[in-house]
Write a protein that binds this ligand. Structure first.
Ligand SMILES: [Zn+2]
Length: 281
């Protein structure tokens, strides 16, 4: 591992898109070139089913830990062929799983995520999304676990939900809100994560926001297999592309890539207590 290895704080290696690569996700996750820039990966579930896959994969790789939770898109129905999830059933299953500290340790679970609100994909079942989001924030509060928040076109509502749970800490992933909201989150002990979008040509605003966040509260992520950074746009994204994201963020802060790797690794460890599972941090 080099001194420019990173923690990818948001990845979805269970996604079928990885099957289009020769060797699939497993091929990547054992490739020495890939591993040379990866210090750790938080593998993030979006429903209970793939959260179980996330945990199985984390058991297989020493550099991988798990976040489990129910994403706003996964809880609702899109059309007549899909059935919306029932908050009471799903949330009580999640609570049964996470309430046992021994099970959390066994499953390398570092956070509840990803959870949040998404107003992008239509139709939006606001009430159901909010029931899942609130329920999981309350569970995080009860268990003292950090959260990973998905906020798409729902900045005000996500921020207000966070304010209702002042004891909860976490990260807004793939941040697209304002610099002012980022500042208020940072003031409350939150972290702000940036991924491929910070490298996009038309994303000057995202870069301005990333420049405004103190480096010790910045986290890096890929959200892979989506959101590949420049110059890999259109390809299947993966944690091995983190250096392309880090270079842009480091420049914004007048830091070297190695300095940014160090400060963001420390930040990720502080939020997610990664040291419990990743021995060589
Ligand atoms: Zn994601």
């Amino acid at each position: 591992m080099s001194d420019t290895a990173f923690i990818d704080t948001h990845a979805h290696y269970f996604d079928k898109k990885f099957d289009t690569l020769p060797g699939g996700a497993a091929g990547l996750l054992t490739d020495p070139a890939f591993l040379s820039c990866v210090r750790g990966i938080i593998h993030v579930g979006t429903n209970l089913e793939n959260s179980r896959t996330v945990v199985q994969e984390a058991a297989r790789y020493p550099f991988m830990v798990a976040a489990v939770g129910i994403h706003p898109e996964d809880c609702q129905a899109y059309d007549e062929t899909t059935v919306p999830l029932d908050p009471d059933t799903e949330l009580s299953q999640l609570e049964d799983w996470l309430s046992d500290p021994a099970a959390r340790r066994r499953d390398k679970i570092v956070a509840i995520g990803e959870i949040g609100l998404d107003n992008h994909w239509q139709p939006v079942d606001r009430e159901r999304q909010m029931a899942f989001f609130e329920g999981q924030l309350s569970l995080a509060e009860k268990l003292g676990l950090p959260v990973i928040i998905h906020d798409r076109e729902a900045h005000g509502d996500c921020f207000e939900a966070v304010l209702r749970h002042p004891a909860v800490r976490g990260v807004f992933h793939g941040y697209s809100g304002s610099a002012e909201m980022a500042r208020q989150l940072v003031d409350r002990g939150w972290y702000i994560a940036f991924g491929g979008s910070v490298t996009f040509k038309n994303a000057q605003r995202v870069r301005e926001v990333a420049a405004s966040v103190p480096p010790e509260r910045l986290l890096l992520e890929t959200d892979c297999p989506y959101m590949a950074p420049v110059p890999y746009r259109g390809q299947v994204n993966h944690s091995g592309y983190l250096p392309a994201i880090a270079r842009v963020v480091a420049d914004l802060h007048g830091m070297t890539v190695a300095e940014l790797a160090e400060v963001t690794t420390r930040g990720a460890d502080q939020l997610f207590h990664l040291r419990e599972f990743l021995t060589d941090l």
